[in-house]
Design a protein around this ligand. Structure first.
Ligand SMILES: Cc1cc2nc3c(=O)[nH]c(=O)nc-3n(C[C@H](O)[C@H](O)[C@H](O)COP(=O)(O)OP(=O)(O)OC[C@H]3O[C@@H](n4cnc5c(N)ncnc54)[C@H](O)[C@@H]3O)c2cc1C
Length: 155
C-alpha cells in the first residue's frame, strides 16, 4: 500500500497544476485566506478536513485537465457540487474540485431533456425547468443537482 504523501510534496505538485489549467481556473492553496474559507464551506462542518487546495475550473476542458492531472500525479480528490454531503471531504494530501463556476442548464422542452453542468444546484434546475412548465422531484435548494443524482437515495 502506498504511503500518504506529505503536505509539502503535494503543495509542490500543485504548483505544477497551475501550468496545466487555463488562467481563469483559480487554485486556492492558503486555507487561512477568506476566499479559501468561503469555498471550503459545506452544509455541515462535521468531519470537514482542510484540503491541500481548492480548484475552481470554469470550463469542461479545465475540469478534464484537473482530473487527468490528479490521476496522473496520484493525488486524491473529491468533487464539490452543492456541498450537501457529509462524507465528501479530503485532507491535506488531496484536492477539492469545486464546480461552483462550472454551472449552466440547457433545456430541450420538446425532447424533455435537460443538460446540467456540475455546479448546478437543485433550486437552479427547478427554477429553469419551471420556466418550461416542467419540474423535478428534488427540492433541497442549495444541494447540487449532479451530487444528488449520484448520491441521493430518493432518485
Ligand atoms: C438538507 C438536506 C437534505 C437532504 N435530504 C436527502 C434525502 O431526502 N434523501 C437522500 O438520499 N439524501 C438527502 N440528502 C443528502 C444529499 O442529497 C446528498 O448528500 C447529495 O450528494 C448532495 O449533493 P451535493 O452536490 O450538494 O453534495 P456534494 O458534497 O457537493 O457532493 C456529494 C458527492 O456527489 C458527487 N458529485 C458531486 N458533484 C458531482 C458531479 N458533478 N459529477 C459527479 N459526481 C458528483 C461526488 O462524489 C461528491 O463527493 C440531503 C442533504 C441535505 C443537506
Amino acid at each position: 500500500m502506498a504511503l500518504p504523501k506529505s503536505n509539502t510534496s503535494v503543495q509542490l505538485q500543485i504548483t505544477a497544476l497551475k501550468a496545466v489549467v487555463g488562467p481563469d481556473c483559480e487554485i486556492l492553496t492558503n486555507s487561512a485566506e477568506a476566499n479559501s474559507q468561503e469555498y471550503a464551506k459545506r452544509w455541515t462542518d462535521i468531519g470537514r478536513e482542510t484540503p491541500a487546495a481548492i480548484v475552481l475550473p470554469r470550463t469542461e476542458e479545465d475540469v478534464q485537465k484537473v482530473v487527468q492531472w490528479a490521476v496522473k500525479s496520484s493525488i486524491p480528490f473529491v468533487v464539490k457540487s452543492g456541498g450537501g454531503s457529509e462524507w465528501s471531504t479530503i485532507g491535506d494530501d488531496g484536492l477539492v474540485i469545486d464546480l461552483t463556476h462550472y454551472s449552466a442548464i440547457q433545456v430541450d422542452a420538446k425532447a424533455r431533456v435537460v443538460t446540467i453542468r456540475g455546479g448546478v444546484t437543485q433550486k437552479e434546475a427547478a427554477v429553469r425547468l419551471a420556466e418550461e412548465g416542467l419540474f423535478t422531484g428534488e427540492e433541497h435548494n442549495r444541494n447540487g443537482a449532479p451530487g444528488s443524482l449520484t448520491n441521493d437515495t430518493d432518485l
